[in-house]
Design a binder for this molecule. Structure first.
Ligand SMILES: [Zn+2]
Length: 1120
């Protein structure tokens, strides 16, 4: 053993001796030394080849071996010496991984090799062994030196390697390393263009070929090289011109057929990689279609589907097919909304003017420039398991960095005389309660805004006089029995029968005339739905004005919805659903004869009679909030559905609500909403659509139910032009697909994006709520203004009546802080209305907590900021074609009346020293789970931008955090970690930011409720329902009650001892472990400076007190 050790030490020292010998020879080169160098390097090579230890010795930094060897390589003119050194380097770099290669690169080895390569190519034929060594080394260097490609081009080495490949096609030993180097070179785009010009594509096609078990490594490298080259558009065009696309398809088919044991999946994937890059250009896609590529890849993929290990092939094929699927415009005359609402005043630069000044035919699809699409398609990939795409980068770009824009502004641009008109809406402050007892609250049943208001009318409990432009006759229930000629449906309601089967009749057929005897069974929901009354609902519908002048009523809105007493779990996504659906779409192109393409519903062509052979579903959405534009039967049990654009716009649609009839039970129907716009959706993460069955309702289950299987959401082949999309390039649409099996024959079912909540429903609820008034409750409903569509916008005032009429209670009444709430500025966010319903119901309830809450605040509530949008089935906008929540900075009284007057109310409050304590606008969020809030904080915004906080000496009250914190403790659906208090530039005209900056409301929020469900808390894993949303609204009230303690100076004196805990509490708040987004909570290291400036008067401790526990339990009971 000692002997062995000594031997190895001896050899080690020998190698060091040889190295120093070599070093000396390098320093004083003499011609006579050639032999010596040759011998020395030969000896080193021998040692290295035989003993690993010597390799370490040479490569170690202390020995300086690498420098000495490279220096010899640089100096020598002798071929054998060069070969020796290259062999040494190859030995050294083969083992020891990237580390030794890194040293080699850092000592300038790359350049040396390239110079050697170019130099020795000058007098051909080049020495094969030399070339082999150089290229083997370059392959290794390529893994470590990212600039190898650029260096090679600058040294003129590209063509040397290319020529070697060209002349050594049969010499695989040399060909392989050269090809490998070429693969590295071609990953650089400039190199790829240059190599393409030199004929590299053609050479690659000499190497790749039909199935063969021989030289598969070589083939793989050639294919990868080719794929890299084809990333250049110029090369791709060249390849298409040479007819290479059909060749690649043929080669792919050959490998697919012969590689029966799937030993060469990588090669097959590489062939597809070439096709994929080739089809990034328009010409390539055309060649692909011409070469029958769709059918070829479709057939091969179908055969691959059963073998899971072939998934990469199926996925890449699917990607190519989707890309090549000819882009098409939607089958519509125009993507502008079917309905047009003329505006009195159209600002020239506004969206409506722009829309209607567009040239005709502008919706037409344009196959946009190749480059754009290439990048788009590449980044898209398969979205099967993509995370929700809210890129933190774009969010960060959006953060407001201008401190001046973050500071509150004191704008008193409006003279108070102008605001004085709004005094009318604050009559409670001047009311002399002594004068009339029992108290009758003045209420204006219709409206008119401050300018043309009427004298207050005395009682709201009697129904308003009917001011409806519609005749009673013209209201009809949406689904009329076939053959009913009587349009007087309100009268016929009592004898309307939906289906003979329901009533035990034996008549078959879609719907039959029930005659005088038949009775429409309205589910008795009075006990379960105290705020619902079908007859009252119809009354309300009559005074609701829609642009299409709807005369029908959706059954669910008429019957009412009772929350389902069942858990509805968030669906787990089934593997491969999207792929299967996409393949079915591709089949349309491959088997066009299977496609019916039968239009069964068309708002654009209402006169067109739909032939009814009993084989098609019947669609309808001509009722409030409905928005189906067209339905096309694609296959026997599959329908493409198109949603209408928001009125006076050509997009924004996402919300849907429509009716389906004439179904066969037990059959799987596939529905595709093909013009969705958002790039991703909770439908990819377990959310289901909502369905309401009229038969179930009549049979005692009037529920909206989460339904549908095989749900997914993906980009489709429909597109609109860049002009129509208002951007740089055309935009693709997305498909939401879901499959439903109906339970009953001759049922009428409704589908919706989320639980519908119409404007008429709000009016009904308000009327029912007003009836809940007691002597203790002050409830007043005013009409804030009239909307563009001629509907009124209700404004509610809720508080407690003063304790008595003596001075003190009156002054307590008048000193109550104002809480200002609003909802439904975005019509598609119906969940916000359900949360609002929960809030209103709580505020009108008779529990002691509710009374205490009313005694604490005066509530000013606008429950629906966008009635017109809601009525007409819009998703986002009002009739002005604009998002009203982007108009708060500068609302126009004519175009945005509800926003203009809502802001005026707030300005009035500020001007009279009654700036609200809390402002909250309820919204719905389509891409996130849970309920959460956005607030405004200068500090948190500044931290996000990484500006040194010490440079801006900001003092900020922490009060904005209290309410969300309380909610997270009290409301099970609420998630504090999803909250954000950052002010984004893109949100500067929203209610939240404007009310914060201009009105000076520190606690100004947007509360977002998920459309999908929760991933934390008590409802974790469940989809959200109306009872959870209503509960949220009630919990919001309870949180306000708790907030009182933190904000009332009087209370603070009594709770001083608790304040000491607040600091710990805050720290705990800030160190929430699961930080979900960069704009959410700041990290702990940002904390210390902040804590010093905490304003303790604003907050108190947050430990759960027994009172609260009690409140919570009470509340849970009322919702269970
Ligand atoms: Zn919204």
């Amino acid at each position: 053993m000692n002997k062995l050790k000594m031997a190895s030490e001896k050899s080690a020292s020998r190698v060091l001796m040889l190295l120093s010998q070599l070093e000396r020879l390098n320093e004083e080169p003499k011609v006579s030394d050639n032999d010596a160098i040759r011998q020395t390097t030969g000896k080193i090579l021998h040692l290295i080849q035989t003993q690993e230890k010597t390799r370490k010795e040479v490569a170690s930094k202390s020995s300086g071996g690498m420098e000495i060897i490279l220096s010899s390589l640089e100096n020598t003119q002798d071929l054998q010496t060069t070969l020796n050194i290259l062999a040494i380097l190859n030995e050294l770099l083969t083992v020891g991984g990237g580390c030794r290669t890194g040293v080699f690169v850092s000592k300038g080895g790359t350049a040396l090799l390239l110079q050697l390569l170019v130099g020795s190519s000058k007098d051909p034929p080049a020495n094969e062994e030399l070339m082999l060594h150089i290229h083997s080394l370059l392959v290794k260097v390529g893994l470590k030196d990212r600039k190898l490609g650029v260096k090679a081009r600058l040294n003129g080495a590209l063509n040397v390697t290319l020529n070697l490949v060209k002349y050594n096609l049969q010499n695989h030993k040399l060909l392989l390393p050269c090809l490998q180097v070429l693969r590295v070179y071609s990953s650089n785009l400039v190199n790829a263009v240059s190599l393409g010009k030199s004929g590299t594509l053609e050479i690659m096609f000499e190497i790749i070929g039909p199935f063969s078990k021989k030289s598969t490594t070589l083939l793989k490298v050639a294919l990868d090289t080719l794929a890299s080259l084809l990333k250049s558009g110029m090369n791709a065009r060249r390849a298409v011109d040479r007819g290479y696309l059909p060749t690649l398809l043929t080669i792919y088919q050959d490998w697919h057929r012969n590689d029966t044991r799937h030993r060469h999946v990588v090669i097959r994937k590489s062939i597809l990689g070439c096709i994929k890059n080739l089809t990034n250009i328009k010409l390539g896609r055309k060649a692909f279609i011409d070469a029958n590529g769709m059918r070829i890849l479709y057939n091969t993929s179908t055969e691959c589907l059963p073998v899971r290990t072939l998934d990469p092939l199926v996925n890449t094929s699917s990607l190519i097919m989707r890309k090549c699927f000819p882009k098409n415009r939607l089958p519509l005359p125009t993507i502008k909304s079917v309905f047009h609402h003329p505006l009195l005043h159209i600002p020239a630069s506004g969206p409506v003017a722009k829309l209607y000044n567009q040239p005709p035919g502008v919706d037409d699809v344009v196959d946009e420039s190749d480059e754009n699409e290439a990048t788009e398609v590449d980044t898209e990939n398969d979205t099967e398991y993509d995370e929700d795409e809210t890129g933190p980068k774009t969010q960060n770009d959006d953060i407001e960095t201008d401190i001046n824009k973050l500071r509150p502004i004191q704008m008193n641009t409006r003279p108070f005389d102008e605001l004085r008109a709004y005094e009318y809406f604050f009559r409670e402050f001047s009311e002399n309660f002594e004068l009339h007892r029992p108290i009758i609250i003045p209420t204006t049943p219709s409206s008119l805004g401050p300018q043309n208001r009427r004298p207050p009318q005395e009682d709201l409990l009697t129904p308003k006089p009917d001011e409806s432009p519609l005749e009673l006759d013209s209201i009809s229930i949406s689904k009329r029995p076939e053959g009913t000629s009587d349009p007087d449906l309100v009268c016929s309601l009592g004898r309307l029968v939906l289906d003979a089967g329901v009533n035990g009749g034996s008549v078959d057929g879609p719907q039959d005339e029930g005659g005088e005897q038949a009775v429409l069974e309205v589910p008795d929901t009075a006990a379960l739905l105290p705020l619902h009354d079908p007859d009252l609902y119809l009354e309300m519908v009559k005074s609701t004005r829609s642009v299409p002048a709807y005369t029908e009523v959706g059954y669910p809105d008429y019957f009412g919805h009772v929350a389902l007493n069942l858990r509805e779990p968030i669906l787990e996504r089934v593997y491969g659903v999207q792929r299967t659906k996409i393949f079915q779409d591709i089949e349309r192109l491959i088997h066009p004869s299977d496609i019916l393409d039968k239009v069964v519903y068309d708002l654009d062509n209402q006169s067109c009679p739909v032939t009814d052979n009993g084989e098609s579903l019947k669609f309808n959405s001509k009722f409030e909030s409905g928005n189906l534009r067209k339905a096309i039967q694609v296959r026997k049990f599959e329908y493409d559905l198109i949603l209408n654009s928001d009125i006076n716009s050509n997009h924004y649609h996402q919300w849907f609500y429509f009716e389906v009839g004439n179904m066969r039970p037990g059959v799987r129907y596939r529905f595709n909403i093909i013009n969705c716009e958002k790039s991703n959706s909770q439908f990819n993460y377990g959310m289901q659509v909502l369905m309401y069955s009229v038969q179930d309702a009549i049979n005692g289950s009037p529920h909206w139910v989460r339904t549908g299987s095989d749900i997914c959401y993906y980009k489709n082949h429909f597109s609109r032009s860049s002009i129509a999309a208002g951007g740089q390039k055309g935009k693709s649409y997305f498909t939401l697909t879901f499959t439903v099996t109906f339970q009953h024959k001759d049922d009428v079912c409704y589908f919706a994006y989320h639980y519908p909540y119409t404007y008429s429903m709000l009016k009904m609820h308000l009327q029912k709520l007003s009836a809940l008034r007691t002597a203790q409750i002050y409830y007043r409903q005013d009409d804030l203004c009239e909307t563009l569509g001629g509907n009124s916008c209700p404004l509610l005032t809720i508080t407690a009546m003063p304790g008595s009429s003596s001075n003190d209670p009156i002054s307590q009444f008048r000193s109550r802080p104002v809480v200002f709430l609003s909802a439904r500025v975005h019509p598609g966010e119906t969940n916000s209305s359900w949360v609002m319903k929960g809030t209103l119901e709580y505020l009108m309830s008779c529990s002691p907590q509710a009374q205490s809450l009313r005694e604490s605040y005066i509530f000013k509530i606008i429950p629906m900021l966008n009635p017109d949008g809601v009525i007409n089935g819009n998703h986002r906008c009002s009739l002005s074609g604009e998002d009203l929540n982007r108009q708060w900075q500068n609302p126009n009284a004519e175009l945005h009346p509800t926003i203009y007057h809502a802001k005026s109310l707030l300005q009035y409050l500020r001007a009279t020293g009654r700036t609200p304590l809390v402002f909250c606008d309820y919204h719905g969020h389509s891409r996130k789970k849970n309920v959460f809030m956005y607030g405004c904080s200068i500090k948190e915004t500044v931290w996000q931008t990484n500006v040194n906080t010490s440079t801006c000496d900001l003092h900020e009250d922490l009060g904005y955090r209290t309410l969300p914190k309380l909610l997270s403790q009290m409301a099970p659906a609420f998630s504090l970690s999803s909250c954000s208090f950052v002010v984004e530039r893109s949100k500067e005209a929203t209610a939240r930011v404007v009310v914060w900056r201009e009105i000076g409301v520190q606690r100004s929020y947007t509360m977002e409720s998920t459309l999908c469900g929760c991933d934390q808390g008590k409802y974790k894993g469940l989809q959200i329902g109306t009872s959870e949303l209503e509960e949220m609204g009630a919990q919001f009230c309870l949180a306000l009650l708790r907030l009182k303690r933190f904000t009332s100076p009087l209370e603070l004196h009594n709770h001083n001892s608790h304040l000491l805990d607040m600091e710990t509490d805050l720290i705990e708040t800030r160190s929430i472990p699961n930080i979900t987004s960069p704009t959410t909570y700041v990290l702990e290291e940002d904390e210390p400076a902040f804590l010093e400036e905490v304003d303790y008067s604003a907050e108190s401790n947050d430990e759960i007190d027994p009172d609260l526990e009690h409140d919570l339990q009470d509340n849970h009971k009322s919702f269970s």
